[in-house]
Design a protein around this ligand. Sequence first.
Ligand code: MRU
Length: 364
Amino acid sequence: MELRELREIEGYEKYLKVKPLYWDHERREFVWLDTRLLPFKEVYRRTRDYRRVAEAIKSMEIRGAPAIGVSAAFGMTLAALESRARSVEELLRDLSEAKSVLASTRPTAYNLFWALDRVYRSAQEASGKGDPEEVRLGVLREALRIYVEDIRNNVEIGRIGSKLIEDGQTILTHCNTGALATAGFGTALGVIRYAWYEGKRIKVITTETRPVLQGARLNVWELTKEGIPFKLIVDSAVGYIMSRGMVDLAIVGADRIILTGHTANKIGTYMVALAASHNNKPFYVAAPTSTIQATRSVEEIEIEERSQDEVKTVMGQKITLDTVEALNPSFDITPPELITGIITEKGIARKPYEKSLQEMITEP
Ligand code: MRU
């Protein structure tokens, strides 16, 4: 079937040097690059089963808040296509179950809940005519829209954020926020990518990002592909590197931002922000407005606690005693006073964030 959404996606192909995930419309399958195997192996996986999408998110084959949200939307599409429901009521029940399974994968990434709600709402809206086929089509179209919007928003974040970067500057980043963390192009790494495409002679310093090594594995892979000069550092070098004047600004992504400006992002982000503040360096967050939760309550941010094994091993190798107890919070929360600005596809939010972020999510 000819879908307008599919044609729209074609317009963005030029930004997809790396295609981390996509919908194979002919085979009706969802396809993704298994980021666990990078940078050593580039393996694409595909499925027609939404439970497999949930498993891929949980095991971090797919990771990064926007990528998680977009994948969950396609998970819902697969659930709608898989379902044998003959009535819209039955189909909505099946979709509601798929929504719960997908929602239980990663608790911090707000884009996950945002995308699931959006797709489910589109199913409810399409159910009006009483035809399950209309609902299936409605869900597919909404997932495709979420996919293309994410790429478009990232390019826009890149364009807006790049204005903050001057020729010759060195940018520090933490965790992977590139194409691999989104539907394509990236957020914080998208800003860096855009500045590079504009011809700015920038340099990047990326942390390794223990314990899952999104910096050492994924940033290294993306930056190498682009030819952007970079250096890799251990996470604990951030303070020293900043104190020696080796960084001009820091840009990171976000898993969840609330209206107060509190930003949940990969564990270690808070320390980067503290080091930047102490050394009078700008610290920016880059994220689409789909990462913003309309709440003022920090307590609503659930911080994912992952397996102790991630801390007790490096790339599958034990680095401590089996008897050791480890703590493994996957994210931390950076308070708004440490954030210079939040770059979204709608512009740069500045303090007071309550006002600027609220305006961004209520604007049409
Ligand atoms: O645990 P991950 O790899 O999913 O964590 C990813 C991050 O913390 C990213 O910085 C965030 O999701 C933004 S990705 C554009």
